[in-house]
Write a protein that binds this ligand. Structure first.
Ligand code: COA
Length: 257
């Protein structure tokens, strides 16, 4: 399945969504953002067990929102652009399956925010991250002010957003922005390996784990703990719960749904 600037490919139950607008370093203009939204919705409708997000080419993951398009916008148009961006990135964050960002180059502005909306981030050695909006006279507008501090801590987020600091892959790993840095040639295989491993795990437990982890940032801890209790007990009686425990006790590999 392919739109002009976004491609969707499948390997078994793993979907790979590629932003493909190399002339603009995969910057997300309105059309590309909407194509990304449709592609993500498709991965959900077709029940992907893991989703990989990446950018075409070797230079950029996504170099941000489209600056040429933004330059012309008035407040109402900017409002519409931020609403669409939030809708797409919320859909990624709330996707039932884990989403892995394979960051293969520049991840600036909205590109960094796209990685932040994902569950896991793996970077190639040439990746560079930055919430660079301050130098354009704006601030992150697709979730960066909320998701970045949660992932890297408040002080690092303030430094990145106030100074428009750019972090190389190793620096990004040091502050917890990426989990793993690999040579560019290994990125695809590394991420495919993680996605395959995730897709072999029990589906309902995986989506419950993600939902419970997301809830930790949505509500007071007491409400999050109550939510976890409900999700946890709700898994009892499922095929995968019975099978997983039975297999352990019988000292064999589980056969999940
Ligand atoms: N929006 C629109 N176009 C973009 C873009 C963006 N966010 N980022 C890059 N491009 C375009 C450039 O305008 C250029 O187009 P052109 O060939 O028609 O002139 C093309 O992509 C290549 O970019 P260029 O700047 O020539 O490449 P570079 O290798 O010298 O620099 C970057 C790469 C990423 C450092 C630089 O493009 C950059 O700083 N981009 C803006 C990043 C940013 O601030 N993003 C946040 C937006 S909210």
């Amino acid at each position: 399945m392919s739109w002009d600037t976004v491609a969707l490919e499948w390997t078994d139950d793993v979907a790979t969504v590629t932003v493909d607008r190399p002339d603009s370093l995969n910057a997300l203009n309105r059309e590309t953002l909407l194509a990304l939204e449709e592609a993500v919705a498709r991965t959900r409708d077709d029940e992907a067990r893991a989703v990989v997000l990446t950018g075409a080419g070797e230079d950029a993951f996504v170099a941000g929102a489209d600056i040429a398009a933004m330059q012309e916008m008035d407040t109402d148009e900017a409002q519409e652009y931020t609403v669409i961006g939030h809708r797409v990135f919320d859909a990624i964050q709330n996707h039932e399956a884990p989403v892995i960002a394979a960051v293969n180059g520049y991840a600036f502005g909205g590109g960094c925010e796209l990685a932040l909306a994902s569950d896991l981030r793996v970077a190639s050695e040439n990746a560079v991250f930055g919430q660079t909006e301050i130098d354009l006279g704006i601030i992150p507008g697709w979730g960066g002010t909320q998701r970045l501090p949660r992932i890297v801590g408040d002080a690092t987020a303030r430094r990145m957003i106030f100074l428009g600091e750019r972090l190389g892959a190793d620096e990004a790993a040091e502050v917890g922005l990426v989990e793993e840095v690999v040579p560019g040639d290994d990125l695809e295989d590394t991420v495919a390996g993680i996605a395959e491993e995730i897709s072999a795990k029990p589906r309902f437990a995986m989506s419950a784990a993600k939902e419970a982890l997301n809830q930790a940032h949505e509500s007071p801890e007491s409400a999050g703990l109550a939510f976890e209790r409900r999700l946890w007990s709700g898994l009892f009686g499922t095929h995968d719960q019975r099978e997983g425990m039975e297999a352990f006790l019988e000292k064999r590999d589980p056969d999940f749904e």
